[in-house]
Design a protein around this ligand. Structure first.
Ligand SMILES: [Cu+2]
Length: 448
């Protein structure tokens, strides 16, 4: 289970890295120890070229070791259990104990050697999406090289000739292995730390699963009808907030390995698209947005100056993607009277409860008995009531005076007096409304 950001986890990650290095130094020539734990906020690198690490939401970065000038990593493809939210665990396939896998971070100009050990019941491979490398290192099983059989370790080795925002995933039984959660981020930092510098650099991957309430394993044959829309295999309300100090320059990097596009919308700001998995966007070509569509099999990074304090929603703008598993198949009853129908059903099933005649908002507050291992369709409480969200939703929390290495949740924003929408109890002139023969008012349920 991964934990929320905290200074304690940050320090613990440092200790883990030191321990991993100690193991590596005592086994020269061996494959480096594959770490299986980590934390959201990686420490700056203790060896190799300097860089400002990314913060992988609910994730971690894979430690490395330097061996004869080559940066060595060790990925282990294996079955994992992922807590997607409190009360819901999924049995997935991932890397080094987690799905999504750990983020690989290196620097432009580095030569990397990435050992991949296969602990899956079938062969796999790793494709390095967006990286420029020799054909034989491209990771397409059967095309670039032999698939990695169960129980074997392959070594990939190549130079990182460009910086940017990339990812990795299998290219062997791809539909199954990606539907099971096998993917990770690959960030190549610029050789010049003064190039496109930011104070906070967040990263996450979009992944979709179809896991029936009460079960644990994704239905891998599903093509379109997914019911869990995740960031790094987590769903709201258990996705980390993006904690930012007022005045920070912030980058958000998003990759999409689902079967559909996701328009990621952030409130409170306009921002500039600065990087894709094809490279950096020249500043004179960057255009402003408030929603950025992440196409399938693509990555986008955007940047903004965090000058507006507050709690700002960040979410996919496809409204079904901010809902969780339960309830997508419920028929629409808005405006219908279910009184007679309810009486008929209650004769067979006394506990039957009609839903949704005035909308679905009551689901956000309802505490109905759920099947095991699932979460409500709408969840999350804010300082002013239920948020009625799920899936691909989080909050950018911009506050004055947050320390540079502090990513702990600062709690809810308190609106300064006079800056919050409140009930109006004064007089109002009659509102203008358009009524014509073609305007039909929604019929009200009888008796209301
Ligand atoms: Cu979406």
């Amino acid at each position: 289970m991964m934990h929320k950001f905290s200074r304690r986890n940050f320090l613990a990650a440092g200790a883990t890295l030191v321990a991993a290095e100690a193991v590596a130094q005592t086994s020269q020539g061996a494959v480096p120890e594959a770490p299986a734990t980590g934390a959201a906020v990686p420490p700056p690198p203790s060896q190799g070229r300097p860089y400002n690490p990314v913060v992988t939401l609910n994730g971690w970065s894979l430690p490395f070791r330097m061996k004869d000038g080559v940066k060595e990593f060790h990925l282990v493809a294996e079955p994992v259990e992922r807590e997607m939210a409190d009360g819901m665990a999924a049995r997935l396939w991932g890397y080094n104990g987690t799905s999504t896998g750990p983020t690989i971070e290196a620097v432009e100009g580095d030569r990397v050697r990435i050992f991949v050990t296969n602990r899956l019941p079938e062969h796999t491979s790793v494709h390095w999406h967006g990286l420029i490398l020799p054909s034989g290192m491209d990771g397409v099983g059967g095309l670039s090289h032999k698939g990695i059989p169960s129980g074997k370790t392959f070594a990939y080795e190549f130079d990182l000739v460009k910086s940017g925002t990339f990812m990795y995933h299998p290219h062997a039984d791809e539909m199954v292995q990606m539907a099971m959660g096998m993917m990770g981020l690959f960030i190549v930092h610029p050789r010049d730390p003064a190039f496109m510098p930011v104070d906070r650099d967040f990263a996450f991957l979009l992944a979709a699963y179809d896991i029936d309430p009460g079960s644990h394993v994704p239905r891998v044959m599903e093509m379109t009808d997914f019911n869990l829309w995740t960031w790094n295999s987590r769903i709201f309300p258990d996705i980390d907030p993006l904690v930012v100090a007022k005045g920070d320059r912030v980058r958000v990097r998003v990759g999409n390995l689902t079967m559909t596009n996701h328009p990621i919308h952030m409130h409170g700001y306009d921002f500039k698209v600065t990087c894709t998995d094809g490279g950096w966007v020249p500043p004179e070509a960057a255009w402003p947005e408030v929603s950025i569509d992440i196409p399938v099999g693509a990555m986008r990074a955007y940047e903004f100056d965090a000058v507006h304090e507050g709690d700002w929603a960040i979410h996919c703008h496809k409204s079904h993607h901010t809902m969780n598993a339960m309830g997508h198949d419920i028929p629409t009853f808005i405006g219908a009277s279910k009184d007679r129908l309810s009486q008929m059903i209650r004769r067979q099933q006394p506990e039957y409860m009609p839903m949704g005649t005035a909308g679905m908002a009551d689901m956000g507050e309802m505490s109905m008995e759920l099947p095991s291992n699932t979460v409500p369709m709408m969840a999350g409480w804010g300082p002013h009531g239920p948020l009625e969200m799920g899936g691909m939703f989080s909050v950018v929390k911009v506050r004055e005076g947050i320390a540079p290495d502090d990513y702990a949740d600062p709690g809810w924003y308190e609106n300064p007096p006079g800056t919050e929408a409140l009930e109006w109890t004064g007089d109002l002139p009659d509102p203008v409304r358009q009524i014509s023969a073609r305007t039909v008012l929604t019929p009200r349920p009888q008796g209301s």
